[in-house]
Design a binder for this molecule. Structure first.
Ligand SMILES: Cc1cc2nc3c(=O)[nH]c(=O)nc-3n(C[C@H](O)[C@H](O)[C@H](O)COP(=O)(O)OP(=O)(O)OC[C@H]3O[C@@H](n4cnc5c(N)ncnc54)[C@H](O)[C@@H]3O)c2cc1C
Length: 242
């Protein structure tokens, strides 16, 4: 029943930490068991709620990193002085519990309609895009343009290397420092870089852009300048930083 499904998504559920993966020095993936959570669509997020011993609660949103049907995963970047992310990255252990509700979001969601898919991610903004890549497993034509500060900050580096060339073309730009012999880009994302990487607007790709507000605005403005229809560009903003 549709009403039940909606109610189900709004209910807080217990999530157990079932494992974790160190992605970068600042980023960790948490594998979660959340009984009762309905399956998600690639691009959706969860609300996470932590409750302290004195009853104080803090709530934040985290994109679902896993593909539908896979072990549920979120990937969190530690923000220094942040309230929730340092706990999730540094303190959460296997067997710890917190609450989640979701999956949430009906707009920043990829559905394969046969068109090519252009993904643009900045920092941890790659997380919902990774869910799309994992869901596609080579069936759709995808291109990812991924901006990180340094190579060490690239999340999912090993897995992206495996996907690269198998339905997904991956382009990196490292904006702060590049290792010796770096052959990728080193510029911030703007119209010039987009012109080199994006498909021509005439191919009418679906576009998903995710990152900090400033990053998302720069990428979306650049694509509109290249002739992309604003309606073809879906954006998700993680916050003001970055
Ligand atoms: C739809 C959605 C999906 C998201 N998905 C992800 C994801 O997949 N991965 C991910 O890592 N994040 C994601 N985020 C961001 C996430 O929700 C949190 O905002 C992030 O983890 C920071 O939370 P925090 O509690 O650690 O930091 P907060 O305590 O909220 O602080 C955020 C920043 O503000 C600064 N700050 C805090 N208080 C002050 C103050 N008083 N004055 C000045 N500066 C201050 C902190 O230093 C920090 O840098 C997502 C956000 C949205 C909206």
């Amino acid at each position: 029943m549709a009403g039940t499904a909606v109610l189900g998504r709004l209910t807080w559920l217990v999530a157990d930490v079932a494992g974790s993966v160190e992605e970068t020095p600042r980023v960790r993936t948490l594998l979660l068991d959340a009984e009762g959570l309905v399956d998600h669509r690639p691009g959706q997020h969860l609300d996470v709620r932590l409750t302290a011993e004195d009853g104080y609660q803090a709530q934040r949103s985290y994109s679902i990193a896993s593909a539908p049907g896979e072990q549920l995963a979120i990937t969190v970047e530690r923000l220094t002085d942040g309230e929730v992310s340092p706990w999730l990255v540094d303190e959460a252990h296997d067997g710890d519990r917190f609450e989640v509700r979701g999956p949430i979001g009906g707009y920043f969601v990829w559905e394969d309609d046969g068109r090519p898919v252009f993904l643009v991610g900045g920092g941890s903004g790659v997380v919902p895009l990774m869910a799309m890549i994992r869901s596609s497993s080579g069936s759709a034509r995808m291109r990812l343009l991924y901006s990180s500060r340094t190579l060490e900050d690239v999340i999912y580096r090993g897995e992206l290397a495996e996907h690269d060339g198998h339905g997904v073309e991956v382009f990196y730009t490292l904006t702060r420092a590049q290792p010796p012999g770096w052959t990728g880009y080193s510029r911030r994302i703007g119209v010039d870089l987009l012109r080199e990487v994006a498909w021509p607007a005439t191919e009418r790709p679906q576009v998903f852009i995710c990152g900090s507000t400033r990053f998302v605005d720069a990428a979306a403005d650049g694509l509109v300048e290249l002739g992309y229809e604003p309606e073809s560009i879906r954006t998700e903003r993680f916050g003001a930083t970055g």
